[in-house]
Design a protein around this ligand. Sequence first.
Ligand SMILES: [Zn+2]
Length: 275
Amino acid sequence: MPISNIAATALLISSIANKLSKLNKGSLPEGGQPSVFDLEDGIFKLIEEGLLTFNAIELSTPEEASDRLLGHVADAVKKLQKSTPILILDGIFGNQTLNFLRLPSCLGERPFRSIPGIDVNAESIHPQPGSTERPLIRFFIESAPRLTNSDEEEHVSAGWDAWTELINLDAQRTLDASEANVIIRTEPLDGPGSKLADADGGPLGNQLKEVRFDKTESWTADKLLYAAIHEYGHILGLHHSDTPGNIMYKRYQPDFIGVGRGDETDIINIWGART
Ligand SMILES: [Zn+2]
């Protein structure tokens, strides 16, 4: 986005947040009202999530436009609320909806980029459902998020088991990066609390894939295993699910870990059931 647009967007968001805050006073109980600052943050997040966009005219006339945009924000909020049974569908941008937006999520699947510094000799991996041969994924752990009370590399490796026990595929750690199909590493992504990790989309083929865990996140053993299973799901060709209770659900679910029913059906469709 050009600098002038960023400034115009910030001005517009600030104007909308102020109006929303006044509007909220009548529709939300005392204590349930987010501050103007929180609303600004929330509107930014709606934009990031692709639920809200502004056009050039709206950007050039923030004062007049923001009235109309209150409707757009309400629509975006409704769309978000509709996507989850956790929220009440009322179109009101209150604390409950804001807190949901702040739950950590996956940065998502990225298109393939070549990874510098690594010569790829890895074998090409393709799903072979129904075959008696099982393709073997080799993963290389360059770095893993630090855990205080458990072995991080063990957790990062165990993430593969959740999938391979269901499908016609094996995964094995390699200590030689040049023969790896998947490189696992930590990098500072976006600071603690928001995005946990990301991965290249699959399913594999002859490309070297990468999983990145956010180095700045405060990791627990459960959170790390959860994120690992989710990201490997992307590597294996799965997209995000709209249904909580699936590991491919976009947002982190602190009370859930493992592979859900929908995940199981989707992964078996690609790789075939393990026999
Ligand atoms: Zn994801």
